[in-house]
Design a protein around this ligand. Structure first.
Ligand code: NDP
Length: 255
């Protein structure tokens, strides 16, 4: 039997990998032997992020891309293949939120969130598909959310985008199973990152509500996402496709 999480020789791209959940997933894959390309728009965050992979050894790098731009998604894949000669794993994790009630959300804000969180996952997957096929198969991991399951008054575009991620995942999984490409989604619970630090400032009482509602009794840390990424990127998940897996300390298990 192959080691279920052996990623040696594998090459991964993580969009939104220069911090937060993306970096947690990158650390899980690097720990299992993958070379990881961290991507994002902000090259300033890359130095610290790459330093967070250094303890595992290996050849990791940062490649800048704005995933709302189709040409950037393609260039990111092309630069990765040029550097490493292959691509095996794509993590579509870049995301953003505009916290406003639906009656005041502008069309531009709606498109910003949908383009960043949902359309980007399609564009990067399309860009990656030829290289994954060329490698004989591969893995795509899409970052959903508890908002893939639930709604919220201040998250109309965000929840729509994350619900869409689950259906995009199932559709890509069914289309590309024939190419030995497995496509799955992870649904993180409340994780302590830049994104949720902003939410905790804007939404009064959020911090305590999350604590009270999460059976694990704590907020998640980015490294809580390391194991699921290693699993979904590795041979152990070769018969897992089209799934949406909560990693939430039990948040979605209770009413
Ligand atoms: P962060 O703000 O730390 O991460 C967001 C990442 O997305 C950053 O690395 C950012 O990099 C990148 N990004 C944003 N817009 C773009 C863009 N247009 N092009 C390329 N990269 C972009 O927050 P999180 O780690 O929390 O979020 C990561 C993912 O996890 C998101 O999809 C989020 O929705 C999801 N999530 C988070 C939860 C949480 O509790 N934290 C819960 C559930 C889901 P840069 O600014 O350099 O472009």
């Amino acid at each position: 039997m192959k080691h279920p999480c052996d990623l040696s020789g594998r090459v991964a791209i993580v969009t939104g990998g220069n911090g937060g959940i993306g970096l947690g997933m990158a650390r899980g894959m690097a720990r299992c032997g993958a070379s990881v390309v961290l991507s994002g728009r902000n090259a300033g965050k890359a130095k610290d992020a790459l330093a967070a992979l250094a303890e595992f050894g290996g050849d990791h790098r940062f490649i800048a891309a704005d995933v709302t731009k189709e040409a950037d998604c393609k260039a990111l894949v092309d630069a990765t293949v040029a550097a490493y000669g292959r691509l095996d794993i794509l993590v579509n994790n870049a995301g953003t939120s505009v916290r406003k009630r639906p009656e005041v959300l502008s069309e531009a804000e709606w498109h910003l969130v949908i383009d960043t969180n949902l359309t980007s996952a399609l564009l990067c997957s399309q860009a990656a598909y030829p290289a994954l096929k060329q490698a004989g198969g591969g893995k795509i991991i899409n970052t959903g959310s508890m908002m893939s399951l639930f709604g919220a008054p201040y998250a109309v575009a965000y929840a729509a985008s994350k619900g869409g991620i689950v259906q995009l995942t199932k559709s890509l999984a069914s289309a590309w199973a024939v190419d030995n490409i497995q496509v799955n989604a992870v649904l993180p619970g409340w994780i302590d990152t830049d994104l949720t630090r902003g939410a905790r400032q804007q939404v009064e009482g959020l911090h305590d509500r999350v604590l009270a509602r999460t059976p694990a009794g704590r907020w998640g840390e980015p490294d809580d996402m390391a194991g699921i990424a290693a699993f979904l990127a590795g041979p152990g998940s070769d018969f897992v496709t089209g799934a949406a897996i909560p990693v939430d300390g039990g948040f979605s298990a209770i009413t």
